[in-house]
Design a protein around this ligand. Sequence first.
Ligand code: HPA
Length: 285
Amino acid sequence: MMMDKHQLARAAEYVRQHWPMAKPRAGLILGSGWDMAADFFHKRATLSYAVIPGLGASTVAGHSGQLHWCEAAGVETFLFHGRRHFYEGADWTAVATPVYLMKQFGVKVLMLTNAAGGLHENLDAGDLMVIADHINLMADNPFIGPHDPAWGPRFPDLSQVYCPRLGNRLERIFQALELPFRSGVYAAVTGPVFETPAEVRMLRALGADAVGMSTVPEAVLAHSAGIRLAALACIANRAAGLHPRELTHEDVIATTQAALPRLRGVLENFWKELPDELTATHPPA
Ligand code: HPA
């Protein structure tokens, strides 16, 4: 399951050949149901994941699998419409390719989004959570394998994966839009099964506020590569045992889509403020 660095290099060469002028400074990976939340971006060009070496078409409903080279608020952005997940059984190369491309093309700030199950008693379906920290319960890590210094040190420090400045910016945006939100800890499991009620009690006891099947691998890769991160979870459901009925992927997508106007509002405002973040020189947070 190790990352294949030659395949990653081929992906970057492929995109470079198609888009020699691309100079993105920001990136966005859209999670389940988030598609339309990014419809304010102006698209310059699109490549399907299926043609990018090592990335491959998404196999999950609600993940269209397209990389858009686009722009919003004057910020050139690589927008990954849909993500590859560990549970799809490809290898870490597919999960790492978007982050590798962003790193190679010079992205400085990355927003990760997902749909998650709510564990905290105050997180209901449709709520948004700013991810402040995470717990990796995937029992795997994309960095297992030979060390490639291109990604940073052999033993990356994770004491501050999600940039506090960007987190504060998100919180201010929520306040300005008068939207409720919570900052919390995201636990990543492999899936594709949802949790059992006993596992949900365990996750809560471990200090997690939400649970999902993504985001953490990309966060670890991007942070190690020096990209500043913000991450948002849309709570698609209360997790198993806290939810009134069986969990389905269709419900996850439907709830996230019902939250769309809020998701879009937050993303659009975040991008409007990004030029400040990209030009300001600040001391490390
Ligand atoms: N658990 C794990 N992943 C999820 C959930 C859940 O309840 N909802 C959406 N993604």
